[in-house]
Each structure stands twice: as C-alpha cells, then as structure tokens.
Write a protein that binds this ligand. Sequence first.
Ligand code: ADP
Ligand code: MG
Length: 257
Amino acid sequence: MSSSSDPTVRQTPAVAATGDATDTILATTQLTKKFGGLTAVDNVDFTIDDGEIRCLIGPNGAGKSTLLELITGQLRPTKGGIYFDGQDLTDLEPHERIDTGISVKFQSPHVYENLTVEQNLRIPLQRTDRDTDAVLEQTLEEISLTEQVEMTAGDLSHGQQQRLEIGMAVTLNPTLMLLDEPVAGMSVEETREVAELIRSLHDDGMAFVVVEHDMEFVTEISDQVTVLNQGQIFRQGPIEEIKADDAVRRIYLGENA
Ligand code: ADP
Ligand code: MG
C-alpha cells in the first residue's frame, strides 16, 4: 500500500496536488504577479492533466505570457505556488525547472540566426545525457527540417524558424511543453504543419499549454480551453462552449463583461 493512503503520513502540497496519485501534472495555487499597481496575474488556480493539450486564450494584456513566465521561472510570483509532477517549483531557478520536465517556446523568437539548424538543435542537448545523434535525427524528422539541416537558421522561412525553436524545446523530451503564440504570423499551410507537429507529440504523451489567438488553430488542437481576462480565469471548458459564450465574445470586443 502506498504511503499516500496512510492518513498519518503528511503529504507536501506539491505531492498532494501533482503527485503520482492524481492525473494533474501542473497546478498553480493563488498565483499572483503584480507590476507596481497593476495585477497582471490575479489569484490564478490553474491545473493541467498529464498528456492534455490546453489552449490559453484571452485579449491582449490578459496576463497569458506573464502566467507562462511564472511557470517557467522567468518571473517570480508576488504570491502563490507552482507545483509540477510532485515537486514544488515556486523557488526553483528556470534551469532547474527545465530539469523537472518543462520546456518552453517564448513569444519572441529565440533561434540563433547565424548558426545552422543542426547547431541550434545541439545547444539544448548539451545539458542532457541523451544520445545526441539519435535525438537530432528524430527531432529533425518531427519538425520536418531534415533537408534544411545544414542551412543557416537566419535563411529559413518564418514558419521553419518557429518549428526549429519548437524542436529545440522538444530535444529535451519534456513532460510539459509551453508554447506562446507558436503560429503568429504564419500562413495557413505553416499553421497546419505546427498543428500536426503538436498533435504527433501529444500522441507520444507530451502535455501542452498553448497560448494562441488563431481560433481555427485552437479548435484543431485542443479540447479544453482556458480564457484569461484581466489576470483572472474567466471561463474554462470545451472549445465549442467557449466559442458560443457571449461573455467571452464581449471581452474580445474590448467590453468588460
Ligand atoms: P498577454 O500575454 O495576455 O497579452 P501579458 O502577460 O504580456 O499579457 O501582460 C499582462 C499585463 O501585464 C499587461 O497589462 C502588460 O502591460 C503588463 N506587463 C507584462 N509584463 C510587464 C513588465 N515586465 N512590467 C510591467 N508590466 C508588465
Ligand atoms: Mg503575450
């Protein structure tokens, strides 16, 4: 019998929220970030199940990027906790959080334009003991850049650069991947390729939190959607329900619901 069922053994909050006995892989509790007088993230209790694809939507300034940066440790919370896979991340450095199994692609592009595709992919692999050549080959195939392996990243199309950056995060084989606006500025065809990439990684068990405005893309990849507004969770539910919600439409039109 596991110790978790013994009432005399006290569980840490992290194990209780995201340990082996629950499907929840990520949980934030009362997570809050203030910038001076502005509360960008306001008492957010946000949970993700192991292996799910969750889209995070909401108007500009709603706090979506801030929430992701709190989870990765780029920002420190004013208040609240962040638990992942049975561990308390709240006081960990960003690189320590990566080692627990979280990878991220931020909103602004981060590829090294003067390096080749292969050199870019080798950078994150330096921090792992994975079989570099095997992972490289597999990742190139997943992001459909095998033929571009020797190209300089700066010469790739916008869509290819975005896929390369997702690939850099994928090389770490994360349990949870955070993507901030992965298809912004992409053509319909490029967007479809990213949707396919996310779905195939999801089929292999990877969980995702994806911030995105493109509702067609959101509909294609996610079941559950979280709507953030003014730093708070405004709605959460299946995409079809969210799309039909009048209050959600109003906040997108700039009215306060
Ligand atoms: P979203 O990604 O949903 O568009 P953000 O998380 O980027 O929103 O921003 C949420 C709010 O916090 C906005 O009002 C933004 O201006 C503010 N904000 C974000 N980062 C900072 C910062 N480093 N300093 C001050 N204010 C910030
Ligand atoms: Mg943002």
